[in-house]
Design a binder for this molecule. Sequence first.
Ligand SMILES: NC(=O)c1ccc[n+]([C@@H]2O[C@H](COP(=O)([O-])OP(=O)(O)OC[C@H]3O[C@@H](n4cnc5c(N)ncnc54)[C@H](OP(=O)(O)O)[C@@H]3O)[C@@H](O)[C@H]2O)c1
Length: 231
Amino acid sequence: MSRTIAMIGGTGPAGTGLALRWARAGETVIIGSRDAARAQSAADAIRQRVGPEAKITGLENGAACAASDLLVLTVPFEGQAALLKQLKPAMRAGSVLIDATVPLAASVGGRASRTIGVWQGSAAQQTAELVPRGVSVAAAFQNVSADVLNGGEDVDCDVIVCSDDPQATQVAMELAVKIPRVRAIDGGKLENARIVEQITALLIGLNIRHKGHGGVRITGLPGAAYQSFSK
Ligand SMILES: NC(=O)c1ccc[n+]([C@@H]2O[C@H](COP(=O)([O-])OP(=O)(O)OC[C@H]3O[C@@H](n4cnc5c(N)ncnc54)[C@H](OP(=O)(O)O)[C@@H]3O)[C@@H](O)[C@H]2O)c1
């Protein structure tokens, strides 16, 4: 399937880590940023790691949005709503937006190992309220450590995908299994993103306590519930 993945707020560790994995898998990726030059230099850094064959470039967020109908949002919660409002005119009906945002208390000066309450229920549900009609939102990748994504090892983590749109779930699961060792699991409705987001706060606390890069694995489901890495 030919597609372009636009990483909105893609210059941070989460965005670059996912972009690195997808560029390695041969996907076409645009790194988005508030600053086009910063986006381009993040894209160049990924090309250095992947090789000259990497299909990756950098654009200002609005231009990245306009150039793709597959958007991945990797911004801190405190910037999420304002950025989505700004980008709304650039989003096309029929697009899928995959949201990795976690509403960490750190975004309002609290601890990273706690989440803050979001009026809509979760950061992903807030996103769903703010995108134009016809844009489907899936929540995914909140539990995958950016340190691990940016490292050289395979990723020992399941990606739980939550969405009210089966097609958005399918697209997010397809992207998840481009990352070696990741298994993708359909996590049900978008409202379940609230729980997945909270798991990230738990993982951050565990990582601080035990000095690691913990992920999650869901056990005991029938084999058909898991999608796995495919080249
Ligand atoms: N880090 C992880 O391990 C991890 C794992 C899973 C999920 N997440 C979630 O993914 C999101 C991104 O994580 P991150 O660690 O990559 O975050 P980050 O480095 O703090 O931010 C990512 C990018 O967002 C842009 N940004 C920052 N503040 C902004 C604002 N107020 N408005 C618009 N854009 C802004 C910046 O890009 P420009 O300055 O270039 O525009 C920045 O490079 C967060 O919600 C986080 O909770 C993180």
